[in-house]
Design a protein around this ligand. Sequence first.
Ligand SMILES: Cc1cc2nc3c(=O)[nH]c(=O)nc-3n(C[C@H](O)[C@H](O)[C@H](O)COP(=O)(O)OP(=O)(O)OC[C@H]3O[C@@H](n4cnc5c(N)ncnc54)[C@H](O)[C@@H]3O)c2cc1C
Length: 331
Amino acid sequence: MILAFIEHVAGAPTMLSLEVLTMAGRLAGEMATPLEAVAIGPKGAPAAGILSSYGVSTLHVADEPRLAEYAPAAWARAIADLAGRVNPQIVIGTASDRGGEVMAHLATRMTLPMAANCTEIVPGDPFTVTRQRWGGSLLEEAHLKGTIKLLTLAPHALTAEASPSRTEVATGAFSPALDDRDFRVRLVPQVEADTGKISLAQARVVVGGGRGVGSAEGFAALEELATLLGGAVGCSRAVTSLGWRPHSDQVGQTGTRIAPDLYIACGISGAIQHMVGCRAAKHILAINTDPAAPIVAQADYAVIGDVQKVLSTVNAEIKRVKAGEPSRSPA
Ligand SMILES: Cc1cc2nc3c(=O)[nH]c(=O)nc-3n(C[C@H](O)[C@H](O)[C@H](O)COP(=O)(O)OP(=O)(O)OC[C@H]3O[C@@H](n4cnc5c(N)ncnc54)[C@H](O)[C@@H]3O)c2cc1C
């Protein structure tokens, strides 16, 4: 049996968890074994409907109110407790901040090796994985040992794909044995403003800004473009280091990994640590004054020019078209 560790927000599995279910479903098919899932906090288990379209036969939900808030060691202990009962061949989670942390705790608790950031998994003996190293700039092929194979799936290693067929999902609650010491590190209640904005990780269009945007105020043009296109604003680490945008907007190795249909990179040089975060974008459009900037070579389209001037023209043109006025662009 394969056990997929699902992260969810109020019952909706995250995009990365759907990718994990897709990979876990493929492995279950190859290994002719059932796919089961485990969900831990926050309130509300993922709806059986969505899990059934990913081939899950059983959903295990931890019945322990203290697990509603994030507590990595406690979450890992709950999964270890479940693994002891159901004896999976593989436990697979996301390589998100939380997924990676919980799976690392799980590996320590079970004294098993874990392969992080896998992009390909070939079950068998040897059990072979390809995984991202050095922020994705290197791919490593490795053999994973251990009685239970513990893995995290690199973000956007594949596209989440629901199956047209449905499975019957049985839901079972389990009560893990926990100790107060498991909660030494935990998330205390947080207040989140409902900004109504599209999240960076889920956005189909991302407008990213780098040092070339010039100032925090310079992001107004990027905000406007993102609003016009129904997208989200991201940024480089140079920008967060300068205090122009919060870290939650950062794209890259130490920020969010995005997978939009279109990434518009404005005044961003294209350092490897940034590109790791946007390599899953279907198309990249770079706006940069420097035709030799590394991002220009990696982009599908590039506009060489000052970002504020380019965006002012582009935004005005989109507004004109949206208002039904004739376009001023050359026919
Ligand atoms: C361990 C580690 C982790 C890191 N993690 C991340 C990460 O997660 N994300 C990340 O982004 N970086 C990360 N970095 C930093 C990364 O190496 C780069 O320093 C950073 O991405 C550079 O940001 P930038 O492109 O905005 O700035 P710069 O490299 O300074 O580039 C600015 C660009 O703007 C262009 N420009 C200037 N003026 C204009 C203008 N008026 N109009 C248009 N273009 C203009 C320039 O030609 C240049 O290409 C990390 C570094 C390390 C060591």
